[in-house]
Write a protein that binds this ligand. Structure first.
Ligand SMILES: Cc1cc2nc3c(=O)[nH]c(=O)nc-3n(C[C@H](O)[C@H](O)[C@H](O)COP(=O)(O)O)c2cc1C
Length: 230
């Protein structure tokens, strides 16, 4: 199955089988993945559950640990790269879930986040079972072309993305959270925006472009992240 189809049936997987997985195809997919910013170095490690400190009540046999150098937009870049991997895993029958509530036993200053993964028997759903904002809430007007972004996963389902039409492009913004929410979402929301952009890329692979404009419009309550052409 292709990656785009996964957007419409995926769900976060929190129940896994202990089956072994052949990691070669995952490494191979990762070697060809598209970054959002090609000047940011990142890398990953595949770990087992005993190498991770978890604050979730569930666990998976494997964890992709993600690392990046800290440059502007690095969290969004990590979301963009590894959501493509999550969709790839889903396409080959491997369930996954982004896990903010985890750290590594072996500490690293470049560590960003982990993604749990493993074989699973319950990893798809009907499109009507997605709990998401309406298209009109994530853009200046409802536009079906934004459905892939609308369906993207995000930390505590916060869906912090906003798209403003601008000629033949979209300016992309991140919601500014209130003081309380900001405390725990500040690291994750930029990742979420990268995840939504990965869905826009996968659905428009041939034409997708991302860049930062200097003449973007400031919108109260939102931070400008960049612009896309699809
Ligand atoms: C950055 C990020 C961090 C997340 N952290 C956790 C977590 O710590 N524990 C968990 O159970 N789910 C976590 N999730 C999964 C979200 O809760 C889930 O994506 C969201 O509720 C939407 O549901 P869905 O992925 O099934 O569409 C995380 C998701 C993202 C994108």
């Amino acid at each position: 199955m292709n990656l785009e189809e996964q957007i419409y049936l995926r769900k976060s997987c929190r129940k896994y089988l202990d089956d072994e997985i052949d990691m070669d195809s995952i490494h191979k997919f990762l070697s060809s993945v598209k970054p959002l910013n090609d000047d940011i170095n990142y890398y990953y490690k595949i770990l087992t559950r005993d190498e991770v400190n978890l604050r979730t009540r569930w666990s998976a046999p494997y964890y992709l640990a993600l690392f990046s150098e800290k440059k502007e937009n690095y969290l969004t870049n990590i979301g963009f790269v590894f959501q493509q991997v999550s969709l790839y895993l889903q396409s080959v029958g491997i369930g996954s879930c982004w896990v903010g509530l985890a750290s590594l036993k072996e500490k690293s200053s470049e560590f960003v986040i982990v993604i749990s993964f493993g074989r699973s028997e319950n990893m798809t759903r009907d499109i009507s079972d997605f709990k998401r904002k309406q298209l009109s809430e994530i853009s200046d007007f409802a536009d079906e072309r934004l459905t892939p972004a609308r369906l993207a996963p995000s930390a505590v389902n916060s869906q912090p993305w906003y798209f403003k039409h601008s000629d033949d492009e979209f300016d992309v913004y991140q919601v500014k959270q209130n003081f309380v929410k900001r405390q725990f979402l500040k690291k994750w929301n930029p990742i979420d925006v990268g995840i939504a952009l990965a869905h826009m890329y996968v659905a428009n692979e041939k034409t997708f472009e991302f860049y930062r404009k200097s003449d973007f419009e400031e919108i109260k309550g939102y931070t400008y992240i960049g612009s896309i052409k699809i």
